[in-house]
Design a protein around this ligand. Structure first.
Ligand code: PHE
Length: 361
């Protein structure tokens, strides 16, 4: 019996392939196998013989079964290693059948904005999309009872535990003004692009959309700085020098005075284009952003002295900028995730906007 066991174990250890091992398994443990034959002999033994031989035969079967399983695992691991050693993937190879993915126009426009404003000395700031009431409204001079709260069609979160802050999805990027003024000392020059949310939906409104906020805080800042900055930005963005802007008096609780900014458009071969003299032909004005001088109450709410520090701010819809520049007409298509739309309007991954090469495609 001991001989039989040694014999079986050495044969199993010597099996060079999975097929050899399977042949050994059948020869030992199969229906007509040698170990199976020993097991069958137990039936014909006297109880005394069986008591003596039984445990040995069972131990033999278990040892052989375990050895086969071990050898099988070792042979499989070796086969995998051999395959891994021969199969290689050349990561340096260029994609051969054209590019698969593309950069969404909103991402591309955000990159263009960062590039243009970096050249003017603006850093990019970010803030959370889940905001509290104070940053989104109160600190921006929109108190609890202010009608602007209703105008914003805010998505509120369900009430938390007692005393927990009321949370909401930010309705604009303006809370990033507050977070920036609280976290860094003036002078401040930032833009803050990102997602914003309002309960609103039609061809020109989606519940989630994108804005870019601009904020400058320094000494002696006035409306002239605001107008120059916006003109420089819009000219660089639309890549035309003949851009005409119109500042219309408006109202925002967080700016005083406030101005809505329109850009002049003209027509070229039946297509509306930004730029040119809006007084000519069928030209006209299109609203592109809200702006103004940061309200002294907002500056004070951030712990700064409004007598020392002034500034301007603006907020602009990024999706709308993209639509105007790249000629898309339905905002909802931006967020459908339709690959055909992305193939048509998307940008190549290496099409990085630069001022020298042109920010647009
Ligand atoms: N937050 C305003 C909006 O969403 C835009 C704005 C920003 C206006 C900054 C003035 C200054 O409509």
């Amino acid at each position: 019996m001991v001989d039989e066991q040694d014999q079986a174990l050495s044969e199993i250890a010597a099996a060079a392939t999975l097929a050899d091992l399977e042949a050994i398994r059948v020869a030992k443990l199969g229906k007509a196998g040698t170990i199976t034959a020993l097991l069958k002999m137990l039936g014909g033994m006297t109880p005394e013989q069986r008591q003596a031989e039984g445990p040995k035969i069972h131990a033999l079967r278990e040892a052989a079964t375990a050895a086969i399983a071990d050898r099988k695992a070792a042979l499989e691991a070796a086969a995998l290693d051999a395959r891994l050693a021969t199969e290689t993937l050349d990561m340096s190879l260029a994609v051969s059948n054209g590019s698969q993915g593309s950069v969404h126009p909103v991402s591309q426009v955000m990159d263009e904005l960062a590039e243009i404003f970096a050249d003017l000395g603006f850093a990019v700031a970010t803030g959370p999309e889940i905001e509290d009431d104070w940053h989104n409204f109160t600190a921006l001079n929109i108190p609890e009872t202010h009608p602007a709260r209703a105008m914003h069609d805010t998505f509120y979160f369900p009430d938390g535990e007692d005393g927990a802050k009321k949370m909401l999805l930010r309705t604009h990027t303006s809370p990033v003004q507050i977070r920036t003024m609280l976290n860094q000392k003036p002078p401040i020059r930032i833009i803050a692009p990102g997602r914003t949310y309002r309960s609103d939906s039609d061809a020109t409104h989606t519940p989630m959309f994108h804005q870019v906020e601009g904020l400058v805080i320094d000494r002696g800042i006035h409306m002239g700085h605001l107008k120059w900055t916006l003109e420089t930005f819009v000219k660089a963005f639309f890549e035309r020098d003949d851009i005409v802007l119109r500042l219309r008096p408006s109202f925002f609780p967080f700016t005083e005075p406030s101005a809505e900014v329109d850009v002049g458009f003209t027509w070229d071969k039946g297509r509306r284009v930004i730029g040119g003299d809006p007084a000519v032909g069928n030209g006209g004005w299109m609203e592109i952003l809200g702006s103004g001088m940061v309200h002294p109450k907002v500056i004070a709410a951030c712990g700064l002295d409004p007598d020392e520090w002034q500034g301007f701010a603006f907020g602009c819809g990024i999706d709308r900028l993209a639509m105007l520049k790249y000629g898309m007409d339905d905002l909802r298509a931006f967020f459908d995730g339709d690959l055909r739309w992305l193939k048509h309007y998307g940008f190549a991954a290496l099409d990085v906007p630069t001022l020298s090469g042109g920010v647009g495609a």
